[in-house]
Design a protein around this ligand. Structure first.
Ligand code: GDP
Ligand code: MN
Length: 409
């Protein structure tokens, strides 16, 4: 093995593994050592318009609306707008019936043709009258306190977007669910730490709140409406955060194929949003100096090194018994230590799905209208876990402990 190849292997290794690992280590420390640095004005209860975009969601829309109205937020302050885009099932009738029977303030806005989720959201926005706007996908559910907690952060005028953290509904023993759990535990650390520093570029359409007057609309040419809107707020000089006490639940598709399809599409949408806002790489906040370049690297650059690094590693293993020994020992160690295992799983899945996402984007398939994942819309109602949340005297500082369930590995 030539020294040149060895040097290349080491450089690729540092870029591929060293940089993400170092970032994760730093971010882990920040999660526990910092607070959100927010100036909350508690006690305010602004009006909120909740937009639920739907395309053929008859199987879940009633559960969704029931879940929203169970939120711990004054009923008279909430307006629900279901934006249905040409569903061929009875989603809109079910939603209309729900509003009639429950007496909750709500409306169904119908689009004759499906033009993509951002177009639907823009239509909903036109009909909204709340001081705040909240978007939420049809098949996810919220923790009872999610809405109130999210609203609380917007009482700080420097914050422009508040999203939450995903609590996967576990299917025990299902490998894709275990992997999702690992992936999400790493993902959550990054989102919370970045939010505590300034902002996180990634937001979740399962719950995201904005001030109505600051939200100009959703870009119809970009798939990642949530992430794109968060980046828009950062461009306006505001912060976009994911708060650890804003929790939502979503099942993980058990089948590999569905999971891969969903992850690749979501990755591609993130890429589209990042590229649309690439000028943020040259801004002057800590977000532009540190967080965004790093996330850009993790999502758009690092995956390109994955296969070359793998190929070179195999080549080197075949020619050097010492390195073979070291790498085998290292791999066993990683598999045995839960935290390292989570990191490794996240590393592999993220790189593979992002590689596919980049290829798909290069092929020009934008995926602005996609096939929904039926397994994420279970026929039977799932009991939501109770979150164990400890309040602190200072709500700005570690306002809640994370659900112990979510902190496993
Ligand atoms: P995933 O969570 O990334 O797998 O995406 P989903 O398939 O769950 O879609 C997110 C939300 O957008 C769901 O509530 C969908 O019903 C809704 N949605 C998807 N496409 C459209 C569309 O073209 N128009 C509208 N109004 N909603 C859509
Ligand atoms: Mn979804």
């Amino acid at each position: 093995m030539s020294p040149l190849l060895q040097a290349l292997w080491i450089s690729l290794g540092v870029a591929q593994l060293g940089v993400p690992l170092a970032y994760l280590v730093v971010m882990r420390r920040i999660v526990s050592s910092r607070n959100y640095h927010v100036n909350l004005n508690l006690g305010q209860e602004p009006t909120v318009s909740i937009l639920v975009p739907t395309y053929n969601e008859a199987g879940v829309i009633e559960t969704k609306l029931e879940n929203i109205v169970r939120s711990d937020y004054p009923r008279e302050k909430v307006e629900i707008i279901v934006v249905d885009s040409g569903s061929s099932d009875n989603t809109s009738e079910l939603a209309q019936n729900f509003f009639k029977l429950s007496g909750w303030k709500g409306m169904v806005v119908e689009e004759a043709e499906r033009k993509g989720k951002p177009v639907g959201l823009n239509l909903g926005l036109k009909h909204s009258s709340g001081e705040l706007v909240c978007i939420s996908d049809a098949e996810c559910q919220w923790d009872k306190e999610a809405l109130r907690n999210a609203v609380k952060y917007l009482s700080d005028p420097s914050i422009g977007s508040v999203s939450g953290v995903h609590q996967p509904l576990k299917s025990p023993g299902v490998l894709s669910s275990e992997i999702e759990h690992s992936y999400r535990s790493v993902y959550r650390i990054l989102r919370i730490a970045e939010s505590k520093i300034h902002s996180t570029p990634l937001a979740e359409g399962e719950i995201q709140l904005f001030r109505r007057r600051e939200l100009t609309g959703f870009d119809p040419t970009v798939g990642g409406d949530d992430t794109c809107a968060a980046l828009c707020m950062i461009e306006k000089g505001l912060r976009a955060i994911s708060a650890q006490d804003v929790v939502f639940f979503e099942p993980t598709p058990a089948a590999w194929q569905s999971r891969l399809r969903q992850k690749t599409r979501r990755g591609q949408h993130i890429l589209q949003a990042f590229l649309r806002h690439k000028n943020l790489l040259f801004g002057r906040s800590p977000f532009s100096h540190f967080i965004f370049p790093m996330e850009f690297y993790l999502y758009a650059v690092n995956p390109l090194f994955f296969l070359p690094f793998l190929a070179l590693t195999i080549l080197i293993l075949a020619t050097s018994p010492l390195i073979l020994y070291l790498v085998t020992a290292g791999t066993i160690l990683v598999l045995l230590v839960p935290d390292l295992r989570s990191g490794a799983i996240t590393y592999v899945t993220n790189n593979l799905t992002m590689l596919l996402a980049i290829l798909q984007e290069l092929r020009g398939e934008k995926q602005l209208r996609w096939k929904k994942i039926d397994e994420n819309r279970p026929k039977v109602r799932i009991e939501l876990p109770q979150l164990v949340q400890k309040r602190c005297a200072d709500p700005g500082k570690h306002p809640f402990t994370l659900n112990p369930l979510s902190e496993r590995g």
